[in-house]
Design a protein around this ligand. Structure first.
Ligand code: CO
Length: 134
């Protein structure tokens, strides 16, 4: 069922500094900051040969990553995203296995324009997991 690692998301306290680190020090291909008001984040996309890194920084008053940054002032890994061929079939299989799907359980359109769901970290070895329709 599980497919490619689509991305690893990292919350950062200083987006410009983090982007410069990946671009200048690590030599990665780094996008300009992309504000995503619907998701409450500003994102910088980093393309690696085999996957992506997303740098996340809070945007607006109700950002879902603000509490994370409050708990982890220097930032940290926020979630991993795995691709699945059929997100509804994946959701049903995971729910049947006792996993908690966050929110109302219906896929939302994620940062890449594809349907996504999040799984409770307590059911996934302590890691917030996003699944994305491939
Ligand atoms: Co993500």
């Amino acid at each position: 069922m599980i497919g490619r690692l689509n991305h690893v998301a990292i919350v950062v306290s200083d987006l410009a500094r983090a982007a410069a680190l990946y671009r200048d020090t690590l030599g990665a291909r780094v996008s300009a900051p992309v504000p995503m008001p619907a998701h409450g984040v500003t994102t910088v996309f980093i393309e690696l040969p085999n996957t992506k890194i997303e740098l996340l920084h809070p945007l607006g008053d109700k950002s879902p990553v603000q509490a994370f940054l409050d708990r982890n002032p220097s930032g940290g890994m926020h979630h991993v995203c795995y691709e699945v061929d059929d997100i509804l079939a994946a959701r049903d299989r995971l729910k049947a296995a006792g996993m908690r799907v966050l929110g109302d359980g219906e896929p939302k359109i994620g940062a890449h324009g594809k349907p996504v769901l999040f799984l409770h970290p307590k059911d996934m070895c302590g890691t917030l997991v996003e699944i994305e329709q491939a």
